[in-house]
Design a protein around this ligand. Structure first.
Ligand code: SAJ
Length: 435
């Protein structure tokens, strides 16, 4: 009989690792978080957090105070190790960079012992879990691994991709179904039993780690392709003089159509990255996924062209003015609504370009940050009301604060359909029609 898991170690205390560590600790499991960044470790050990995520601060503070969670820079023995480190891509060919996973393996290998479970949570290209098992086996020739000994292995290995939405991590960690891709059925069973300590969703057992890896990549690629469709429609509608938000609302009345919303591009560190892992594994047979990436990454440039056209229209209507006298206001900088995360944000990319070429004043409304990034030194962070006096208004992020606001005077570039409101769509049983 193998002994139950009483101590969990989470490697990488970022947007996924820290909430996961805190969740186990909240279930009274001893959790040791490991991070290479000493500042992160010190912050957590004070019961504080270094990232913004609703409710995370409370859970971390309680877990640290009660002694269930602590952070270290060097791994120590545990019963289960969850690896939640970044998996970016490198260079123009978008090849996945597994160096953080490799470094995590090097760090935990010395403390692994018979009976331990190692789970890769990082979103990874197909084959990464097997590569991880290979690196661990190389480092610990005294232990056996599933690729060598199957169910009799000393170490159990699984891929259980994180699938939580930034901004809702603490809810979705609990309620989302969890995909479990063990290297053997017992690896899956052990991983599922671990997650069942706090997951109320189903633990869905995949045939193996490759299917689990591909499932996660597929989820984000599905969303990317759907957003690309909406973004392409926005370009088509602009040429055909149709309101794209009205069009999508109409088409979505079909019971089997559910088009997502266009925007200034796709940001964040997941949806704009993960499709490339599929493409780099199977480049010749993934033209649709590649095209979607192309459409979404070209959208910020198209928005900039719209802003230039709006500037041209304003100057044509005010011949006595020069461009340096035209004030442009941008609304929103974050990569999606109601968060403070600027990473890979198309809105920020557009604002930075604008700051470079526009000769006149640039006002930025972003209620979720305290100061502008240095790349926007030339701009001013202003309250929402103050931006109303600008000549050109560029809506980039559909923050709650902007929704329902009155369309300002002046030229409008609305990438989110906040002011370009579609006409109301009445149902057939509308009283006036029925009467
Ligand atoms: N976006 C649009 N139109 C839409 C929806 C989104 O333009 O209709 C844009 C957003 O503005 C943003 C980008 O897409 O710039 C991504 O935002 P998101 O909310 O779609 O997704 P993320 O990146 O915050 O989180 C995704 C989630 N994946 C799916 O919904 C399939 C999350 O569940 C994953 O765990 C996460 O990626 C991840 O870590 O992989």
């Amino acid at each position: 009989m193998r002994k139950p898991i009483t101590k969990v170690s989470v490697i990488g205390l970022g947007y996924i690792g820290l909430p996961t560590a805190a969740m186990f600790a909240s279930r009274k499991i001893e959790v040791v978080g490991v991070d290479v960044n000493a500042h992160t470790v010190d912050t957590i050990n004070r019961g504080e957090i270094h990232i913004i995520e609703p409710d995370l601060d409370m859970v971390v503070s309680a877990a640290v105070t009660k002694g269930y969670l602590r952070a270290v820079t060097v791994p120590e023995p545990a019963d289960a190790f969850l690896i939640a480190v970044p998996t970016p891509f490198t260079g123009d060919d978008h090849a996945p960079d597994l160096s953080y996973i490799h470094a995590a393996c090097t760090a935990i290998a010395p403390v692994l012992k018979r009976g331990d479970l190692v789970i890769l949570e990082s979103t990874s290209p197909v084959g990464a879990t097997e590569a991880m098992a290979g690196w661990l086996a190389e480092a610990r020739r005294d232990l056996s691994f599933p690729q060598q000994a199957g169910e009799d292995a000393d170490i159990r290995i699984a891929h259980c991709p994180e699938r939580v939405l930034p901004g809702k991590v603490m809810q979705e960690l609990i309620s989302n179904d969890r995909v479990i891709g063990g290297m053997t059925p017992r690896c899956s069973a052990k991983a599922a039993a671990l997650y069942k300590l706090f997951v109320t969703g189903d633990c869905v057992i995949a045939s193996g780690p490759r299917a689990a890896e591909m499932a996660k990549l597929t989820e984000n690629s599905f969303r990317d392709v759907n957003i690309a469709f909406a973004n392409e429609l926005s370009l088509i509608c602009d040429e055909l003089d149709i309101n794209v938000w009205e069009l999508i609302a109409l088409a979505n009345r079909h019971p089997r159509v559910n088009i997502l919303q266009p925007g200034p591009g796709v940001g964040g560190h997941c949806i704009a990255v993960d499709p490339w892992f599929i493409v780099s594994s199977a480049p010749a047979v993934s033209p649709l996924i590649q095209a979607a990436r192309g459409v979404n990454s070209a959208k910020p440039e198209w928005v900039l062209e719209q802003i230039k056209a709006a500037l041209g229209a304003h100057l044509a209507a005010h011949p006595a003015k020069s461009a340096s006298e035209v004030e442009i206001a941008v609304y929103g900088l974050t990569f999606k609504p109601d968060i403070d995360d600027l990473r890979e944000s198309p809105a920020l990319e557009i604002a930075k370009e604008l700051a470079q070429w526009h000769a006149g004043p640039l006002a930025v409304v972003e209620p979720n940050i305290e100061a502008l990034p240095t790349s926007l030194n030339a701009a001013r962070l202003v309250p929402f009301a103050e931006a109303a006096r600008a000549d050109i208004h560029v809506m980039l992020v559909d923050h709650q604060m902007f929704k329902g606001s009155t369309r300002p005077q002046g030229e409008i570039v609305d990438t989110r359909g906040i002011w370009e409101t579609p006409p109301a769509i009445y149902s057939f049983v509308d009283r006036r029609l029925a009467g």
